[in-house]
Design a protein around this ligand. Structure first.
Ligand SMILES: [Zn+2]
Length: 172
């Protein structure tokens, strides 16, 4: 079953539409030496990744599933490690990597597009902080998140008070 006819509301499509409207021309999911970014500008060598809050460890929204905890903990770590490798390899081969969180697109796709265009124009390189481990408290709620900056490898931790998993968190 493919998508139902109508507006494509996936974050990738929404961001693409906003960027296109603003005159940006890009390639979609090209296979490059370091991986497959969601969008790429081959001329200026800019790779854009759209990161799902769950799969890529969003510092604001990652919430570990209660079941199969060990499996998901390893999955998160593997994903963040792959993101880090990709970023380093891309930069070594002269590409600039920009990453956009899915939640920014869901909240305001126009603003997410504007921010991205600002980064593209300025030549800036943004930090990319990702959760890579979560220590559960006695009640199973996350107590402490370990967060790593993909490029520099610097780390920080943040402690949370228990809160319910956001309803918007989806596994797919
Ligand atoms: Zn998020």
């Amino acid at each position: 079953m493919s998508r139902i006819r109508g507006a494509d509301t996936r974050p990738e499509s929404r961001l693409r539409k906003e960027l296109w409207k603003r005159g940006l021309r890009y390639r979609v999911s090209p296979r490059l030496t370091f991986g497959k970014p969601d969008l790429a500008l081959p001329g200026p060598r800019i790779a854009i990744f759209i990161d799902g809050c769950f799969w890529h460890g969003c510092p604001d929204h990652y919430y570990p599933p209660k079941t199969r905890a060990a499996f998901w903990a390893k999955k998160l770590k593997d994903n963040v490690e792959r993101d880090r490798r990709q970023l380093v390899t891309a930069e070594q081969s002269g590409w600039r990597v920009l990453r956009v969180w899915e939640h920014d697109i869901r909240e305001d796709p126009a603003e997410a597009a504007e921010r991205l265009l600002g980064l593209i124009a300025s030549g800036a390189t943004a930090d990319h902080w990702h959760v890579y481990a979560v220590a559960p408290g006695p009640d199973g709620a996350p107590r402490e998140r370990r967060i790593v900056e993909l490029r520099g490898g610097s780390e920080r931790t943040s402690s949370d008070s228990p809160r319910p998993a956001p309803a918007s968190q989806r596994l797919a």
